[in-house]
Design a protein around this ligand. Structure first.
Ligand SMILES: N[C@@H](CCC(=O)N[C@@H](CS)C(=O)NCC(=O)O)C(=O)O
Length: 211
């Protein structure tokens, strides 16, 4: 097994699905959490290939892009987190890319907005446009799955990303994007419940709560 070190801020953010995928897949890794000054020094020192986090060092070689890390975690582990069936893999990848576009990239500007009214306006526009389209798309895919997950009874990296995303809305951590936005999506809510109850995910949550 390669030596893995995942570096990110001490927050869920983009690294959390990767941490959970590695944990569920029972792949040992160092969960390195840095504060902003340390990140700035790493960036300044040219340690970050694209100047951003997360970075996954594989036997010392820094690599970037969370979607690639998720697939890598799935390939390393034996937990079936990435489907071998090409069409099922397409569904999983499609959801991952959709969430990266809408939930991560489109949300980012509002995270840095300090004026609360402007922040809420940005999030209303996000919800009315790309976010609702993305959630409707996922709900439609779930309607075609035997459930409770995207491709059936087996948890995949796409479900982990969805589970983390839903937990973020349910936690109320994002002003203007609370649990009420999930109301029209019963299948997505059921997926998130099944995700939270998954033994590997529950074990990760318990270990974090005890840390
Ligand atoms: N496409 C990259 C995006 C990475 C990214 O934007 N990271 C943010 C944190 S979530 C970052 O490091 N921002 C600080 C900066 O770019 O200076 C991925 O999926 O990993």
């Amino acid at each position: 097994m390669p030596q893995l070190r995942l570096t990110y801020f001490d927050a869920a953010g983009r690294a959390e699905p990767v941490r959970i995928a590695l944990s569920v897949a029972k792949v040992p890794f160092e969960d390195r959490r840095v504060k902003f000054p340390e990140f700035a020094a790493m960036k300044q020192g040219g340690e970050l290939p694209l100047g951003s986090l997360p970075v996954l060092e594989v036997d010392g070689r820094p690599l970037v892009q969370t979607a690639a890390m998720l697939r890598y975690a799935a390939h390393l582990g034996g937990a079936g987190l990435y489907p071998s069936d090409p069409r099922a893999a397409l569904v999983v990848d499609s959801v991952i890319d959709t969430l990266n576009d809408t939930v991560s990239h489109a949300l980012t500007p509002s995270l840095f907005e300090r004026d609360m009214e402007k922040k809420l306006e940005m999030r209303r526009a996000l919800l009315a446009g790309p976010l609702s389209a993305a959630l409707r798309y996922v709900e439609g895919l779930l309607a075609e799955s035997p459930g409770p997950f995207l491709t059936g009874p087996t948890l995949t990296i796409g479900d982990i990303l969805l589970g983390v995303t839903v937990q973020q809305y349910r936690s109320g951590a994002l002003d203007g994007l609370g649990p009420e936005i999930l109301e029209p999506y019963p299948r997505l809510r059921a997926l998130a419940d099944a995700y939270a109850a998954h033994p590997g995910v529950a074990a990760y949550a318990a270990a974090r709560a005890a840390a």
